[in-house]
Write a protein that binds this ligand. Structure first.
Ligand SMILES: NC(=O)c1ccc[n+]([C@@H]2O[C@H](COP(=O)([O-])OP(=O)(O)OC[C@H]3O[C@@H](n4cnc5c(N)ncnc54)[C@H](O)[C@@H]3O)[C@@H](O)[C@H]2O)c1
Length: 258
């Protein structure tokens, strides 16, 4: 395969797994991250495994920064896949979220995807490519972090809008909504509460915390020809969390089994 995948937030834990999965499927990887060292490390690891990967340092929430990175990436070759992974949760509660924090959440998780899509739109149309947006279960239901959740819910709707408008141009657009994935994004909460994952496991139908590779496999599928009739969809990779919680079912039905 002689086409490139442009992965934002590619130096992060989920982004890195996505870069590796797409490289495994034969894509060349343009790995973009705010933190240059992370993008470089991911690319070095992919090259060591025989793949081709080039790092880019850019802020996905800054149009000029993104334009510089995408213009340089398009000079490498044809970009067929865009994965919008860059994102970060800031305001934990509506009671403590001030306006600057709200703006930060919207910029980091919604503006960033729009800006990258806009920068690569014509290229993806020319290549009949596809986009995968990394959302979250917080965009489907209420799990804290209101600004982040509103931004990701917006990203899920943007996914549908783009799928409908770009479908006639041969471009597919889907989202993946992870549940709880053990990444560095949890480090501060884990340090504050060593039981945080045990508490979350009690809410989840499948009793396992997701790994970055769980998300990456779903992205690789949606980005591939195997998903060529799938567009406008959000695939939850959440161990069933968005379907419901076992404890609620047991309480309603007054069941005693676990
Ligand atoms: N970890 C989880 O439980 C979880 C659950 C649902 C969704 N997600 C989503 O998955 C994505 C990746 O999260 P992660 O857990 O791997 O975190 P992470 O911190 O390991 O990775 C995020 C990466 O994105 C980069 N980044 C952040 N803002 C950026 C910007 N403006 N421009 C360019 N790069 C930027 C960071 O430098 C980092 O390398 C995020 O969008 C997050 O919302 C994570």
């Amino acid at each position: 395969m002689n086409t490139w995948a442009f992965v934002t937030g590619g130096g992060g834990d989920i982004g890195s797994a996505i870069c590796h999965a797409l490289a495994h499927d034969g894509f060349k990887i343009a790995c973009m991250d705010l933190v240059g060292d992370r993008a470089e490390d991911v690319c070095a690891a992919i090259r060591k495994e025989g793949g081709q990967a080039v790092p880019f340092v850019a802020d996905a929430a800054d149009p000029a920064s993104v334009a510089a990175a995408t213009d340089a990436a398009m000079k490498l070759g044809k970009i067929k896949v865009l994965v919008n992974t860059a994102g970060k949760a800031n305001g934990a509660s509506i009671l403590t979220t001030d306006y600057p924090t709200w703006r930060l959440d919207i910029a980091a998780n919604l503006d960033s995807a729009f800006i990258c899509i806009q920068a690569l739109r014509e290229q993806l149309i020319a290549e009949h490519g596809n986009i995968v947006n990394i959302a979250t279960v917080n965009g489907l239901g209420v799990f804290g972090f209101p600004g982040y959740s509103a931004a990701k819910a917006g990203l899920i709707h943007l996914t549908k809008s783009l799928a409908v408008e770009l479908g006639p141009f041969g471009v597919r657009v889907n989202a993946v909504a992870p549940g709880t994935v053990r990444t560095r994004a949890w480090d501060a909460r884990l340090a504050a509460n060593p039981n945080v994952f045990d508490e979350l496991l009690a809410l989840c139908p499948l009793p396992r915390i997701s790994r970055p590779a769980d998300v990456a496999h779903a992205v690789a599928f949606l980005a591939s020809e195997r998903a060529s009739m799938i567009t406008g969809q959000t695939l939850a990779v959440d161990g069933g969390l968005s379907a419901g919680t076992p404890a609620a079912g047991r309480a309603v039905a007054q069941l005693s089994h676990r």
